[in-house]
Design a protein around this ligand. Sequence first.
Ligand SMILES: [Zn+2]
Ligand SMILES: [Zn+2]
Length: 359
Amino acid sequence: MRSPTARRRRAHNQRTTTLAPSRAKGRGSEETGHHAPAPAAAAAKRRTAGGGGGGADVFDWLPDDVVLSVLARVAATAVSPADVAAAALTCRRFRELAAHPAVLSSASAATVAVRAAAWSETAHRFLRRCAAAGSLHACYFLGMVKFYCLRSRATGAALLWHAAAGGHPPAMYALAVLQFNGSGGGKEDKDPRAGVALCVRAAWLGHPPALRELGHCLQDGYGVSRDAAAGRRLLLHAATREHLSWRKRHDQGICGGGYDDSSAGEGAASQFMVEWWEAQRSKAAPRGCHSGGEDDDDDLRLCSQSRCGRRETRRHEFRRCSVCGSANYCSRACQALDWKRAHRAHCAAARWLAAAGAP
Ligand SMILES: [Zn+2]
Ligand SMILES: [Zn+2]
């Protein structure tokens, strides 16, 4: 019935499949059942029946461990979620093995960077699986989406803590912002010292936003003893690191290579939140809403730094620009960034208009 070659191939695969116990089990039950042929048996049948094997036979002979390592490499170097989906759709064997924890845990920042417009239950499930498999990028991304966009504060914070405990700098910085603002709780839940401690950890790992935030905290004496000179040095250090990181990404972009940088994951999460709130605002527009980035059903404001995407979890949570009072920021770093990029001009105009309109 079954050729000795097929038997040898089956024994070889059983011996080598240490990374895919669930699949090996599944295949066993398939083989004891009806004529639902397992990939190995199907391959053997193709070989004995067709004769002229070619490249497909070589692929079928590869043990699962090797295919898993190839797929894990794809997941680790993909530049978008579509890359992994495309690989999984190549053949049945890829589709089965692409869902293995060994592959999902390797998901890069770009692999889990779902766009807000593409958000669906399938995307949600994919991120949950990656996070459960141990991808820190997925824990961070899903944590941010759940905390800020889906209002699952406890689950989102737990995912961020998980990523931070695994050494993910953007997650540490995200938690620092939560501590500074007492996000998800009341005003009394603000804990500047805990925020600074998290920033120190992320800054130690060279995370530019954490370095910048820590620099401003030192300059203002917020959550830490005031030291203006040390704060200035950190701000300079943050600017240098940011420039180097930008150069690296720019060069990689020119070469056409992918990126697997946690800063890129942070940018993707922010982009998701910006696009998510933009879509929410468009949906609410026919019913009429405020023009300053406010939601229609409550007065929660977005961070005025246009690339941040964080939104208040309670009224008046974010700090305001003390000059014009019309801009709101989740952090000192966002305020300083926005001042340089845009608000300097708007704030002056708002002040001038207020003065001109005054009686
Ligand atoms: Zn912000
Ligand atoms: Zn202002």
